[in-house]
Design a protein around this ligand. Structure first.
Ligand SMILES: Nc1nc2c(c(=O)[nH]1)N[C@H]1C(S)=C(S)[C@@H](COP(=O)(O)O)O[C@H]1N2
Ligand SMILES: [Mo]
Length: 579
């Protein structure tokens, strides 16, 4: 440490000098090295089945369905059925205004936004490439994975488990780049949601909704009839300009009115602040169930986009692009050039998204913070209150982070923290050093809560420790103390001390504690002994383990790289992460 730096940090706890600066871009040579995952697999009972089987099985099924549909159409009964129900429910109203310009624009924006949302979503999934139905995430209980079984006989952290997805698929296609992927996902989801709300308002005020919402039971026989006609490769009459056939209407309806809201709801329910606020709802729709349903909804979107895209070509490329890119019913090539232009724009955005994100990671972080960071921060004002019971405690609790390896820490471990002192300083009226015995002499609070790691896993444990509000009452932060900084004995994965910053009001929530017990025993070294923070409305990375000191500050711009924490500095996370 240079003298000039000492002068720059006169007011901070001495440990602040161990914090490091960080790059404003992803430097591959210093980043977590790439790691290939496995072929995606689905568990059926005890067997893991590769999804590659879907290709031959799907091809065979397609051939059989075509053969079946063609035989069916030879039957007089089926012919009569198709004559009675040609594909469009006869009583379905028709929309005579065609496709107005706003609908074409919204369709294009939707396509552009979906490209970002889906790719960033895949990147997020790759940070914990396993899906479960129960909130404990015990290895072996997942129903889907594209990672190998968890190795036994060694510590396997959730960071160890993350896998690489290619840069053309994920954004930015770098292993464990979830911080950046989340900024893309959430920022674009916000635009997509605004676009969607505007779409709902416009279709319901103009009568365009009559295309999408079935208003007669006739949609079901019509859908069956269209399915048989498509499958027999003898397509139904197309009246898309004014009315959709049964199958179109049902699939569009599901996409717009079911899959989209389900995705938004299950996305939000993966957040600690929201899930831990809505007690029973968060308990039933636990984070893993929400994550699994979110994924299934994503699969629906991908299948829909594929089928929809193919149908645009096979049912009449000119007519379809005229409808949606020129707003005319014609056989000329009116809309096709605009369709090509739209695809080029989406393609360009696709091309630059990953390299841009790698090169301008800090800019992506700042922009994301500007677009959605403040909205996320609002949910910090909710007091988290969801508590579970002993029977909910997870048999497995994924570990994460880099263990302390200093001689100082080893010495503390050697005498079971008898010489440990928790320094609490900064903008407080009464700075204090607490011994381990002092802390244990304070009133102990116990809580059984769910841990939400940003990477996607969760786990339930019973935590025991000292409420932060009691510490605040003792040290008395001054009115200009806006943040609490937690410094760790450990270093982060790229070197430099691990730390994290919390808004002070979070420290007054009832469930914010300095935990020294986990599941009735002293917190293990792996899980953060002697003290680790529990702050139940935030994601896991904000809960500093191996706490060395707490400091109250007015601002954190002069700490580390100034982003409010180690992962915020080095991995481009947001410093307020209740969602
Ligand atoms: N000092 C320190 N604390 C840390 C981390 C770390 O790397 N270093 N990782 C964080 C992350 S990302 C998570 S999810 C939790 C994991 O806690 P656990 O190991 O008890 O599951 O600790 C958090 N606290
Ligand atoms: Mo985490």
């Amino acid at each position: 440490m240079t003298d000039s730096m000492k002068i720059e940090l006169p007011a901070h706890d001495p440990i602040a000098s161990t914090l490091s600066a960080a790059d404003d871009r992803i430097v591959m040579s210093e980043w977590l090295p790439p790691q290939e995952g496995s072929v995606p697999r689905i568990r059926i009972g005890r067997r893991w089945i590769s999804i590659l089987w879907a290709l031959p099985i799907g091809a065979l099924a397609l051939v059989l369905v075509i053969a079946l549909a063609q035989s069916l159409r030879d039957l007089p009964g089926v012919q009569a059925f198709i004559k009675d129900y040609p594909g469009i429910a006869q009583s379905a109203p028709s929309v005579d205004s065609g496709f107005p310009w706003w609908l074409q624009l919204q369709h294009f924006l939707n396509m552009l936004f979906m490209m970002f949302i889906i790719r960033a979503g895949i990147q997020i999934l790759a940070d914990h490439p396993r899906l479960y139905w129960t909130r404990d995430c015990t290895p072996g209980t997942e129903w889907f994975r594209f990672q190998y079984p968890v190795p036994e006989g060694r510590v396997w952290t959730s960071k160890d488990d993350s896998v690489t997805v290619p840069g053309w698929l994920g954004i930015p296609g770098v292993r464990h780049s979830i911080g950046l992927a989340r900024w893309w996902h959430f920022s674009i989801v916000m635009l997509w949601t605004i676009n969607g709300i505007a779409f709902y308002v416009l279709i319901f005020t103009t009568g365009q909704w009559l295309r999408l919402v079935p208003v007669t039971w006739g949609v079901f026989p019509a859908a069956l009839s269209t399915a048989i006609q498509y499958a027999s490769l003898n397509f139904p009459v197309d009246e898309s300009w004014t009315r959709y056939n049964g199958l179109q209407q049902l699939s569009y309806f599901i996409t717009v009115f079911i899959a989209a809201p389900v995705s938004i709801l299950t996305g939000l329910m993966q957040s600690p602040a929201i899930s831990n606020r809505f007690g029973l709802f968060g308990t039933v729709l636990n984070r893993q169930a929400a994550r699994s349903i979110h994924f299934i909804s994503f699969c629906w979107f991908v299948l829909f986009i594929l089928a929809h895209g193919i149908m645009v070509f096979v049912t009449g490329l000119r007519e379809n692009t005229n409808h949606m890119f020129a707003g005319v019913e014609s056989h000329a090539w009116a809309g096709f050039p605009f369709f090509v232009l739209a695809m080029v724009l989406v393609g360009l955005a696709w091309w630059v998204a990953s390299p841009f994100t790698i090169r301008h990671a800090r800019l992506v972080q700042r922009t994301g913070r500007f677009m959605v960071g403040w909205i996320k921060g609002l949910s910090e004002w909710w007091e988290p209150n969801a508590q579970l019971t002993e029977k909910d405690i997870s048999p497995h609790f994924w570990p994460n982070g880099t263990m302390p390896n200093s001689a100082e820490f080893e010495a503390l471990v050697a005498d079971e923290f008898a010489h440990y002192r928790l320094r609490v300083s900064g903008l407080v009226e009464e700075p204090r050093e607490f011994s381990f015995a002092d802390l244990k002499a304070l009133p102990k609070q116990e809580q059984i809560t769910t841990h939400f790691c940003i990477q996607g896993w969760s786990g339930v444990a019973k935590w025991g420790g000292v409420p932060m509000r009691d510490i605040l009452d003792i040290v008395k932060p001054s009115p200009d103390a806006r943040y609490a900084v937690f410094y760790s004995f450990s270093e982060g994965s790229a070197g430099g001390g691990y730390y994290d910053v919390h808004e002070i009001h979070n420290m007054r929530h009832r469930l914010t504690i300095l935990a020294y017990e986990m599941n009735g025993a002293p917190v293990s070294i792996l899980h953060g002994a002697p003290l680790r923070l529990r702050c139940e409305n935030e994601l896991g990375f904000k809960m500093v383990k191996w706490i060395a000191a707490i400091e109250f500050v007015r601002d954190f711009a002069d700490l580390g790289a100034g982003q409010g924490g180690y992962n915020e500095d080095h991995e481009f996370y947001g410093y307020r992460m209740p969602i």
